[in-house]
Design a protein around this ligand. Structure first.
Ligand SMILES: C[S@@+](CC[C@H](N)C(=O)[O-])C[C@H]1O[C@@H](n2cnc3c(N)ncnc32)[C@H](O)[C@@H]1O
Length: 459
């Protein structure tokens, strides 16, 4: 049960601003690609109507507006100071396709508006139950029949460790009133936890993975997300029950890697094969397997017809970007010879298929950050031809399957529009260049052309 009301929350956000940042997984070009994989003809991101609820000072939405001048965007937030800042940024960027409104979601007048994409990131688990309910009501009311909503939320069982860490943070920061002091003490607590859970500690300490997570977070995020008055994780199935009561169904996670089958060890996979369970239950089992503490779930109207299994042929209409450095030891594209591709974090993809090997080699070489499927197909075909390797009518199919596999392993991002990242330099007065200049002026990390925010490291 929630304990804080909206005005107490608003005061807390006003006392310490939440630095809004850009979340590339929430961008309509990615959401559209995932929707299309599942057979939902989501709206073209270039002209989409996008709503962000709890947009804070607007950077996420501004980064979308700067890419898609013909899209229409609206951001709402309870915090008047954050909205003022968002409006200032919008004015200085001269963007006319976006507006911000200071409003409590409980009282917001949606005025019959309809949206193709609705984003509520970092919101659901931190607001009172009445606001959670209202979020689902608004999505049901305002989402287009082929629309996609993204809601992120804390999940069990993984949040148990985070709750214990939160109790420790509360203990270590207790007695401090000023947000500045609380944030300083919270960082200290994160360092302390990290030291506590180092290798000499008993194995299996549930705080160990949380300590790393806390160290990566900025102090303002610790102040609001970990130390705020409401912290309300739920199980995935519980969340989906609420969503279902509001006429919404599960589409996918916003990050395809969160569906990777490798999360189940071989023996567990065999048990699941012997007694299959439905898709939602499988997702819940996945959370147990991964001890997941956070989800970014995509929902769409229950009436929409979806294909639960992603359709690889949809990849033919996408742009692709390798989002990690891929290394491989020996280069041999011949049929039947296995090649092992590896990321710095140890994700391994092994394949002996010439098309898949050629695609991954080419993607690791391509200097521009994104390439269209058709362009990659052209280059793969040319490579196979130059080596006199078989190049059949099936090449396109094999390529889309290989790329889909890479996307589910977390190696690739799929997008419906790659125009910004096609390697053509942007003019200085392109809205995206102006946004980059504004970020630099404000001392904030730059975005790459794939709209991924460069990481800023914590002290
Ligand atoms: C944790 S911040 C997340 C901000 C941003 N979405 C992000 O992830 O960086 C939550 C935001 O929701 C806003 N918020 C909380 N309750 C709200 C309500 N009832 N109506 C509108 N906005 C609300 C807060 O003011 C705050 O800016």
């Amino acid at each position: 049960m929630s304990i804080a009301n909206d005005s107490a929350l608003a005061e807390r956000y006003q006392a310490q601003a939440y630095a809004s940042i850009v979340f590339s997984f929430s961008h309509p070009d990615r959401l559209a690609a995932i929707a299309r994989l599942h057979g939902l003809e989501a709206a073209d991101p270039q002209t989409a109507r996008v709503l962000e609820i709890g947009c804070a000072s607007g950077l996420n939405l501004l980064s979308i507006a700067a890419c898609f001048p013909s899209a229409e965007l609206l951001g709402i937030d309870l915090d008047g100071v954050a909205i003022q800042k968002a409006c200032q940024r919008q004015k200085s960027l001269g963007l006319e396709n976006i507006r911000f409104e200071q409003s409590d979601l409980l009282e917001w007048d949606s005025d019959g508006l309809e949206f193709d994409y609705i984003i509520a990131h970092g919101f659901f688990s931190w607001v009172p139950d009445s606001v959670k309910e209202q979020l689902l009501v608004r999505i049901q009311q305002c989402l287009a029949p082929n629309g996609v909503a993204l809601i992120s939320y804390l999940t069990q069982p993984g949040s148990m460790g985070r709750e214990a860490a939160r109790d420790f943070l509360a203990l270590h920061t207790s007695g401090n009133k000023s947000p500045h002091k609380v944030m300083e003490r919270a960082r200290e607590a994160a360092h302390f936890l990290s030291a506590l859970t180092s290798s000499r500690n008993p194995p299996g300490n549930p705080l160990a993975p949380v300590a790393d997570y806390l160290l990566r977070k900025n102090p303002d995020v610790l102040f609001h997300d970990e130390l705020g008055p409401i912290y309300d994780p739920c199980y995935f199935l519980q969340f989906m029950e609420w969503a279902g009561e509001h006429g919404l169904q599960f589409l996918s996670e916003a990050r395809l890697v969160d569906h990777a089958p490798e999360i189940f060890p071989e023996a567990a996979r065999r048990l699941l094969d012997d007694s299959p369970i439905d898709r939602l239950r499988l997702e819940q089992y996945r959370d147990y397997a991964a001890n997941r503490s956070f989800r970014r779930s995509l929902l769409c109207p229950a009436a929409a017809r979806l294909s639960p299994v992603p359709d690889a042929s949809a990849v033919k209409g996408f742009s692709l970007s390798l989002n990690v450095r891929l290394s491989f030891e020996m280069l041999d594209l011949s049929e039947g010879v296995s090649m092992r591709f590896e990321t710095p974090s140890g994700v391994v993809l092994t394949t002996s298929e010439p098309v898949a090997k050629a695609a991954y080699c080419l993607l690791s070489e391509i200097k521009t950050v994104s390439v269209s499927f058709q362009e990659l197909l052209r280059r793969v075909t040319a490579t196979l031809d130059s080596l006199s390797l078989p190049n059949t009518e099936d090449t396109a199919k094999q390529l889309s399957n290989a790329l889909l596999l890479g996307a589910y392993r977390g190696l690739l991002d799929l997008s419906l529009d790659g125009s910004l990242s096609s390697g053509q330099p942007l003019s200085d007065d392109h809205p995206f260049s102006r946004l980059q200049a504004l970020l630099a002026e404000e001392g904030l990390p730059a975005l790459d052309t794939w709209r991924r925010q460069m990481r800023r490291t914590n002290p």
